[in-house]
Design a protein around this ligand. Structure first.
Ligand code: MG
Length: 237
């Protein structure tokens, strides 16, 4: 799973380097697919319940599951969440980053990205044998809500292994001490989706692209994280 995680990291860093004003989200998709093939991995999203691409590219108020397109030209000041998964030798890795387009990101949006990433690491910090899923969710929620942002409830993280989506569900909210206890050997994809405004989301007519109901900006960060005897090991860094 570490090897799958390394492929995911390499592809995400490649995509990050290509995000700039004037690039299209399809440019990112093509580069990601080419690198995945070169690395001998299999992209996890393409064909998953009919999803057409290897990347999810979700711009601005798009929360998750945006579909790369030649028509979507990235512009200065926008943000794009890039989610990618890959299989190596039957095991899956899954991670996401949110990347600014250009330099002129408004301060509130820059803060949204920072807080979302910080909430992911707060959750990873509590991962150890005996901690609970409620500990993980409440760690995300505490960081996000203290900054006046909101956690998306309609989508959650997940267990990951020989399948991309395995039990248990890993909510980004909850009560400390509640829920399933973590055990050594479990691997979780922890993925806070955070809205600048209200938590409500809407799925568009394409059946995939999910946007904030109030039009506010949204950010998304994800790592696949193994539970070890000594705490968390991030497999996708
Ligand atoms: Mg995931």
């Amino acid at each position: 799973m570490r090897r799958a995680g390394q492929v995911v990291r390499e592809v995400l860093e490649l995509v990050r380097s290509l995000v700039r004003p004037g690039a299209t989200t399809l440019d990112l998709e093509k580069a990601a697919e080419e690198r995945t093939v070169k690395l001998g991995a299999r992209a996890a999203f393409k064909g998953y319940h009919g999803f057409p691409c290897v990347l999810c590219t979700s711009v601005n108020s798009e929360v998750v599951h945006g579909i790369p397109s030649a028509k979507r030209i990235l512009r200065e000041g926008e943000i794009v969440s890039v989610d990618f998964g890959a299989f190596v030798d039957g095991y899956c890795g899954d991670a996401a980053i949110t990347v600014p387009v250009g330099e002129k990101i408004d301060p509130q949006t820059a803060r949204l990205m920072k807080v979302t990433e910080r909430s992911l690491y707060a959750a990873i910090d509590v991962v150890r044998p005996g901690a609970t899923l409620g500990d993980v969710g409440s760690a995300v929620q505490r960081v996000v809500e203290a900054e006046g942002f909101s956690v998306v409830r309609d989508f959650v993280g997940h267990g990951i292994g020989t399948h991309m989506h395995e039990d248990p569900q890993v909510p980004n909210f909850g009560e400390a001490g509640r829920g399933m206890k973590l055990r050594t050997g479990m691997v979780l994809a922890i993925e806070p989706m955070v809205n600048a405004g209200k938590p409500d989301v809407v799925v568009l007519g394409d059946g995939w692209t999910t946007i904030t109901a109030d039009g506010s900006m949204s950010a998304h960060f994800e790592h696949s994280v193994a539970v070890t005897a000594t705490g968390a090991r991030i497999l996708t860094e």
